[in-house]
Design a protein. Structure first.
Length: 108
């Protein structure tokens, strides 16, 4: 299952959803449903180990695993683009590569 976890306090989740759908289309996987799920409380964030909004997971695995010390909770997530800039959404090429790798794990 491809899942987009988000917190309503961060405005980037719609852009991230569009990017996920575009990456899936580019991979020939446009039939793959994307489940959008709101994280609304600190308790829910802790239970889900939610490193911020938006978070993209495939079969429960974060497409961009957080590093040790990254915050867990209702916060906006920041990604680093390939050119070094910071962004509220993942680098499109890295997103496509990550989705491709994680979806391929299903076949093994």
């Amino acid at each position: 299952m491809v899942e987009l976890l988000y917190w309503e306090g961060c405005p980037s989740h719609d852009e991230a959803l569009a990017d996920v759908r575009e990456a899936l289309r580019e991979l020939g996987r446009e039939d793959e449903p994307v489940h959008k799920r709101s994280i609304d409380t600190d308790e829910q964030a802790l239970k889900e180990k939610f490193p911020g909004s938006p978070t993209i997971r495939v079969d429960g695995v974060d497409a961009f695993p957080p590093t040790e010390g990254d915050p867990i909770g209702l916060t906006c997530r920041v990604y680093r683009l390939r050119d070094g800039r910071y962004s509220p959404t993942p680098d499109p090429e890295e997103l496509r590569e990550s989705l491709e790798r994680l979806l391929a794990r299903r076949a093994t």
